[in-house]
Structures are given as structure tokens and as C-alpha cells.
Design a protein around this ligand. Structure first.
Ligand SMILES: C[S@@+](CC[C@H](N)C(=O)[O-])C[C@H]1O[C@@H](n2cnc3c(N)ncnc32)[C@H](O)[C@@H]1O
Length: 247
């Protein structure tokens, strides 16, 4: 489920309608619509993407799926204190903000262009979020004050070498805020299964694991591909004996 491969773009913009052709050197704006149970649009979020390889600002399929999950769990997110890790274009966090959550959008503190894009996308959608550099495994003062009730992260489990840093940050945030949960969507690109080991190592357990296509509206699901799952992870006081992850 977690892989060595860097993810490749492609279907990341398929959920929204791009205003411009997919020129790799261009900035594009895509629109992502959220509908009620009757299929009536309720609101739309605009995303600024840049497909130049060195820039790497895409709306990944995991982000589209996590954003839809946030929307479907609207009562849970309204009023929640939400931190998005590795937010990049930030679609799930912006949906949470739209639902009335207090949202902090974070990405690698060294990626200034990504943090700048987050600011632009908040302005574009007229949403007021906190924005901060948060590099996994790095303990700046600001991380101690976050105390999220819900941590979200889309496609943040894609590089094995970063797993320990990511999980150390997740475990710290969960410990800092009793009862909190980490909700993540991940793309199983290689079939490698390291999660059980990491969950034990960092004192975590998975309390929910669903195939993303189980809850995606059919018109959105039809534009996505890949083995993408959603997991809810909490602190575990007891050692994890068994999880269904990777089975
Ligand atoms: C595959 S992208 C996913 C972006 C976005 N969540 C989405 O699904 O569209 C991974 C994100 O994790 C961020 N990231 C990678 N390593 C990181 C680190 N060590 N600390 C913080 N963020 C990191 C990257 O900057 C990037 O935004």
C-alpha cells in the first residue's frame, strides 16, 4: 500500500474541469464541485495547479477523495480544529474550512512556492485558514500550539524514507490532543505493506479502513483510477495485534 515510487500526476485534475489546456509549464485553475444527496451543487472550490515538474502542484486523486469524505462527514468537521499535513493545493482542508472548521494548512517549510500557492488558493476561495510551514519530524514551536481534533493528509504516504518523520509528527499531534484522529487517503502504487510495522512503532492503530470507491459519487469515481484507500488512525494504548491494512 505504501510505495517507493514517486506518484505521477495524470488523473489529479480529472475531478474538476480545467479552464486551460494541460500545458506542463502553465498554471491552471480547476473547479471542484460538492453536491447534496440529490446531486444538486452546493459549493465549488477553485484550485490553482502548476504542472511544471519542478513545481509539482497538482490536485492528486487522494486529495479529491479525502475532500469528498470531509464533505460527506460535514457535521463532524463543522467547528473542528483541523490540521492538514502535506496540503499542497489543499482541497480537503478548504472543504473543511467551508464547513466551518478552524483549519491550519501546512506543507514542507522549505517549499516556499507551495506555501505561497496555499495563500493564493485561500484568497481565491475567500476562505480564512491558518497557513504554516510544517516539515514532518521537525519540532518548531508552532507545532506545539496546534492541538488539532482532526488531522488530515492526502497522499502523504508515498515515499518510504519520509514515513518515520510523518508518523512521528502524526503521533505527536495525536498525543497533544486527546481523542484526536488522523484521516488519510493513500494510493497503493506498489503493493508494499509497511503500515503494520509503523503503527506498532509509533503506538497507533487503524480504526477505519475503507476503499475510496465505496463512498465516492459515481460521477467522480468514474474519473479516478487506482487502488486508493482511506484510513482513520488513532493512538493505541495497547500494542496493535492485527490490522486489516494491506490484506
Ligand atoms: C503527493 S503530494 C500530495 C499533495 C496533496 N495532499 C494532494 O493530495 O494533492 C505530497 C505532499 O507532501 C509534502 N511533503 C513531502 N515531504 C514532506 C515533509 N517532509 N514535510 C512536510 N510536507 C512534505 C509535499 O510538499 C507535497 O505537498
Amino acid at each position: 500500500m505504501f510505495c517507493n515510487d514517486r506518484p505521477s500526476p495524470g488523473s489529479g485534475m480529472e475531478d474538476g474541469d480545467s479552464d486551460e489546456p494541460a500545458d506542463p509549464s502553465m498554471t491552471t485553475v480547476s473547479h471542484h464541485v460538492f453536491e447534496d444527496d440529490a446531486g444538486k451543487p452546493v459549493f465549488s472550490i477553485a484550485m490553482i495547479e502548476n504542472t511544471a515538474e519542478e513545481y509539482g502542484l497538482y490536485v492528486w486523486p487522494c486529495s479529491i477523495i479525502l475532500a469528498e469524505y470531509v464533505w460527506q462527514q460535514k457535521t463532524r468537521f463543522a467547528g473542528a480544529n483541523v490540521v492538514e499535513l502535506g496540503a499542497s493545493t489543499s482541497l480537503p482542508g478548504l472543504v473543511a474550512a467551508k464547513l466551518g472548521a478552524n483549519v491550519t494548512l501546512t506543507d514542507d517549510a522549505n517549499r516556499v512556492e507551495v506555501l505561497d500557492n496555499i495563500r493564493k488558493v485561500c484568497d481565491l476561495n475567500n476562505l480564512n485558514c491558518n497557513i504554516m510551514g510544517l516539515t514532518w519530524g521537525v519540532w518548531d514551536v508552532s507545532i506545539f500550539n496546534l492541538r488539532p481534533t482532526i488531522i488530515i493528509g492526502a497522499d502523504v504516504l508515498y515515499e518510504n524514507s519520509a514515513f518515520d518523520d510523518l508518523f512521528s509528527t502524526v503521533a505527536f499531534l495525536l498525543q497533544s490532543s486527546p481523542g484526536s484522529v488522523f484521516i488519510t487517503t493513500y494510493h497503493n502504487r506498489s503493493g508494499h505493506h509497511l503500515i503494520e510495522f509503523l503503527m506498532v512503532k509509533w503506538g497507533l492503530k487503524c480504526v477505519k479502513l475503507v476503499d475510496s470507491f465505496a463512498f465516492m459519487p459515481s460521477q467522480k469515481a468514474s474519473k479516478l483510477s487506482g487502488n486508493i484507500q482511506l484510513a482513520e488512525i488513532v493512538l493505541n494504548c495497547e500494542p496493535v495485534k492485527e490490522t486489516s491494512l494491506g490484506k
